[in-house]
Design a protein around this ligand. Sequence first.
Ligand SMILES: Nc1ncnc2c1ncn2[C@@H]1O[C@H](COP(=O)(O)OP(=O)(O)OP(=O)(O)O)[C@@H](O)[C@H]1O
Length: 261
Amino acid sequence: MKLQVENVSFSYDEQKIIEDIRLHVKKGEFVGLLGPNGSGKSTILKTVYRALEPDAGDILLDNENLLSMKVKKIARNIGVVGQENSIPFDFKVEEIVAMGRNPYKKLFEGDTQVDKEIVTNALKQTGIEDLAQRNYIQLSGGEKQRVLIARVLAQQTNFLLLDEPTNHLDIYYQLQMFDLVKGLGVTVLAAIHDLNIAALYCDRMYVLKEGRLYKAGTPEEIITPEVIHEVYGIQVDVIIHPKTNKVSITYLPKSLDKREI
Ligand SMILES: Nc1ncnc2c1ncn2[C@@H]1O[C@H](COP(=O)(O)OP(=O)(O)OP(=O)(O)O)[C@@H](O)[C@H]1O
């Protein structure tokens, strides 16, 4: 499943939020969206999962126009883990994960044995079997996030859109979740703040600045002291880590003595 975003723009009232965004994600690729707060990462993802309608441009999923695709078809093709964890009613965890199966059902159709096995498996994969009978509303931020990741796993789509999917998770679960998603081998477009995590998992990345694409490339091409300074205005040190063979970044705070930098 591949995605093409072609010259997409979006404004709230008169204010341009993203402009002329061109990006693509090849089948099986893990692509990161980076950029400072407010640079437009969520807005791009929202236009792809149709929460927002672009003012201009096209979005194609496997060459089919996503903007005219039926909602149920989109739900069978695209799984979304958004930033907000709110669920309008207080369902049990297991019920929320089972909602991942809805795109495959007719109205009022119950869960089949296969659905139940898929849900059990998603609970296991995310390590939340113990939470299955708990009420969602009572969970911590990180637990909620794992429930929503389990729901998207139960949805079994070939394409995932992730908007900072692990921002509430401790580092153990962050790595577990990214390993899990990477292991699925599906196509992924993910907004990620943590540059080290992005470098570990992304095949390619796009950097946004003030609603426009600033640069695209591999983690080695993007995560350089120059680019990070231009985009985030901070000093960093970057090495290729001998164990991971991936870019590893150290932040150099302003408070550090200039001579030490
Ligand atoms: N409903 C809205 N009405 C007006 N402006 C909005 C609305 N939602 C978002 N914006 C603005 O759009 C811009 C882009 O926001 P967006 O959420 O896409 O950024 P982001 O890169 O995902 O940021 P973050 O890293 O903080 O999550 C911001 O300046 C934000 O204030």
